[in-house]
Design a protein around this ligand. Structure first.
Ligand code: DX5
Ligand code: ZN
Length: 222
């Protein structure tokens, strides 16, 4: 399974976002994770489509918009128009999940379903064949720099088993509290796309942090 590193710009310096993004791209990060928070679904307010459009102009990375919003359907088109390649919505926030994923796919983006630490994998049972990826939250969404919730490890393994058993082509992304101490274990449990905010942009050298995370995630470091 190939590991992709997805730096989260939530922990970047918003006054020099373009430079921060170039640094992680040059270091080989494949995915740019953009945390969209609406102040309702989560107790924080971040960024919207204009920032995604600005980022799109300065990067060739896959732009991954994680919509932590109560009404994501109202904004899917705007994020896609702004240049989002991946759009994830929360299973807890969407009334007609199949319809929403279908709308994302029809716009030409990859649909994903995000799931909170307290939400059971059983909520994904019917939707699994209709999504490109599952975003397993390993902290409660809303803020960067929180502590990884250990019970999420077995959840990743159980989701991997569900996907394998049903022979589906669904990727597993993980998000929250991930760094050098746990990335390898996460990959061993079945995670492929690794979101890291503070572990990348909170490091003295974000480019070196991306490289170190990848090496440890792939288990190839010396
Ligand atoms: C949390 C966000 C995460 C966050 C991760 O609500 O979805 O993407 O930026 O930050 P770290 O890696 O610092 O936990
Ligand atoms: Zn996120």
């Amino acid at each position: 399974m190939s590991v992709k590193i997805a730096p989260s710009i939530l922990s970047a310096d918003f006054a020099r976002l373009g430079e921060d993004v170039r640094v992680v791209e040059a270091a080989g990060a494949e995915i740019l994770h953009v945390d969209v928070m609406d102040g309702h679904y989560v107790p924080n307010l971040t960024i919207g489509p204009p920032v995604v459009a600005a980022l799109r102009k300065v990067t060739n990375m896959i732009v991954d918009t994680h919509l932590m919003m109560t009404n994501p359907d109202d904004f899917i088109e705007a994020f896609r128009d702004a240049g989002a390649d991946m759009i994830s919505v929360h299973v807890e926030a969407v009334a007609h999940l199949h319809r929403t994923l279908d709308a994302i796919r029809k716009l030409g983006a990859r649909p994903g379903v995000a799931i909170n630490p307290g939400t059971s994998l059983s909520t994904l049972d019917e939707i699994l064949p209709h999504t490109d990826f599952i975003l397993i939250m390993t902290v409660n969404p809303g803020f960067g720099g929180q502590k990884f919730i250990q019970t999420c490890l077995s959840k990743i393994a159980r989701l991997r088993a569900m996907i394998t058993e049903r022979n589906l082509d669904v990727h597993i992304e993980v998000d929250g509290g991930i760094g050098m101490s746990n990335i390898r274990t996460l990959v061993e449990h079945g995670a492929e796309w690794i979101v890291a905010g503070s572990a990348v942009f909170g490091a003295p050298d974000p480019g070196a942090a991306v490289k170190a995370l990848r090496a440890r995630g792939e288990g190839v470091e010396a």
